[in-house]
Ligand binder design. Sequence first.
Ligand code: ATP
Length: 292
Amino acid sequence: MRVLEKAPAKINLSLDVLGKRADGYHEVRMVMTSIDLADRVECEDLPEDTISIRTSAPYVPEDERNFAYQAAKCIKETYGIHRGVEISIKKNIPVSAGLAGGSTDAAATIRALNRLWNIGMTYQDMLEIAAKIGSDVAFCVKGGTALATGRGEQIAPLPSLPPCWVILVKPAVSVSTAQIYKDLDSQPAKHPNVDEMIKAIEREDFQGICHLLGNTLEAVTMKKVADIAKIKAHMKGIGAEGILMSGSGPTVFALTQHESRMQRLMNGMKGYCSQVFAVRLCKPFALLSEYE
Ligand code: ATP
């Protein structure tokens, strides 16, 4: 049997880092939303008890370093499953881009294996597996719009954003999330107003959302990637309503509710960077356990 899951990327509308914890992780408060730029994760039964990974992108590991592999291994161990699976990942999300590409593949694997192996996991069960793989995986299990706290593994759902276009521009460099957090520790941090962002989302205030976009990591990554400031300035000149770097970067996104502005941003930014996308937002997944 074969099961297919869509694995959408995320952007951070607000990302605050509160400090470093005793366990080495950073305490964060992040408002995240899923976007319709997605990988495709396919899980198929294998006759022998192994986990095999295939990906369509170079430089993405096809062994135990792949987050999808780690999710499958964790599920097998937790539920005592002795079955084999081949996980094929069609990568559409740029890698090491601040869009949670690896994390969403792991979350899609959790949803897919729950169906393929008929495990009957609840949302809570899935979150427990997710937390063991990486900080952004928990959000990606259900997606939609949510506040993530702790080290990112505690999820509180928020209402969907007003409809809009998300224009993504990925400079031709990749950054290491771990290195950006390390750099942050040695410089003063700027904190976005996460609570006001939540209020703007709750009152469906698109202009307020655009105005409140903020990311503690942006200034850190900007020091390493000069293109970020140039991309932001160019997008502002074209008339984007809100502009921010996502996650640890270097992808920059712009929000607009106007199709004509989206077109202008796409055309304008294609001359700057080869990886430019215009996508819509994604609704949260309805998980199997929620139908029961
Ligand atoms: P985040 O926004 O969660 O910090 P990111 O978008 O910056 O993540 P990813 O695309 O998840 O970064 O890639 C980070 C690293 O994870 C890469 O170096 C890659 O080798 C590794 N990786 C493991 N599994 C995957 C996967 N399924 N897809 C992409 N990268 C993966």
